[in-house]
Ligand binder design. Structure first.
Ligand code: HEC
Length: 257
């Protein structure tokens, strides 16, 4: 009996030592074999890469198509608690959600129920939106269309197809298709494809939300207005500001009126 318990004790100690050695290993040693994994957790969890095949789904694709007719409610999780505790953080997400929910036929396609291009932007435009449009325009459109929208961007001048100027009447005369807000919105998203199927201008729907596309339209309108507007369009106070700035600029430029 005594003998048996001694053996057991020795075995336990030996096993314990072996385990400890196995666990500690020799740090820094290189080893061609995969490491021992006592607790593999999710080290070898299966993952599927975009565009790869799957045996799990009947259609053989790992990427799942969007559910038809589903309307996104928000891009981030917004709980009542977050809304109450962090209103400043939540504000842009709320605006985004509003835009998503308002993504009815008109604001998603730029066309009215009869299929005609909308004459004006279907969502509320404010100064922040115009500035947002300026930022997006300068990032995505100015390389070709120029910061002034005159078609003289660095890439635009070398582009395979001639660039139009947004100051051309056809882009602000609402009597023409091309002058309507919905038309400009659509071009920003799908680009321009020639009759031969070649894209003369790429679409930017992958990079711009619908709201951002409308913001760009608002900014293009501001660019157009910057050339067509007159002092008479301004309020008394705004006129004073512009005239003062004009005075400063002309005196800096050597008094050339
Ligand atoms: C890579 C160059 C390039 C970029 C970037 C580009 N465009 Fe264009 N765009 C063109 C060309 C070229 C045309 C003229 C196509 C044609 O021949 O009708 C054009 C035409 C247009 C037209 C007039 C379409 C018509 O039917 O007359 C609009 C509006 C327009 N672009 C808006 C945009 C907006 C908004 C962006 C940014 C989101 C943008 N473009 C970015 C190259 C570009």
């Amino acid at each position: 009996m005594k003998h048996y318990s001694t053996i057991r004790m020795l075995t336990t100690v030996a096993l314990g030592a072996a385990c400890a050695a196995g666990l500690s290993g020799c740090r820094g040693d290189r080893e061609a074999k995969p490491p021992r994994q006592f607790f593999p957790d999710l080290d070898d969890a299966p993952k599927w890469k975009p565009q790869s095949g799957s045996e799990f789904f009947a259609d053989g694709r790992t990427m799942r198509p969007r559910v038809q007719g589903a309307v996104a409610f928000s891009r981030v999780a917004l709980s009542e608690a977050t809304l109450a505790e962090r209103p400043a953080w939540a504000a842009p997400h709320l605006a985004d959600r509003e835009a998503l929910l308002a993504a009815d036929q008109a604001s998603a396609t730029g066309r009215d129920a009869a299929g005609e291009w909308l004459v004006s932007i279907p969502i509320a435009v404010d100064k922040a939106m115009v500035l947002e449009g300026m930022e997006r325009f300068d990032i995505y459109c100015a390389v070709c269309h120029g910061y002034m929208g005159d078609g003289k961007g660095m890439v635009g001048q070398q582009w395979a197809y001639p660039l139009p100027s947004f100051h051309d009447e056809k882009y602000f005369d609402a009597a023409q298709q091309t002058g309507r807000d919905g038309y400009l919105f659509n071009v920003s998203r799908v680009g321009v494809v020639g009759p031969d199927g070649v894209a003369k201008m790429p679409g930017y729907a992958h990079a711009l939300s619908e709201r951002e596309s409308w913001a760009i339209v608002a900014y293009v309108r501001a660019l157009q207005q910057s050339r067509r507007g007159t002092l008479a369009d301004l309020t008394e106070q705004e006129r004073g500001i512009v005239q003062r700035q004009w005075g400063v600029r002309t005196s800096n430029a050597g008094g050339n009126p």
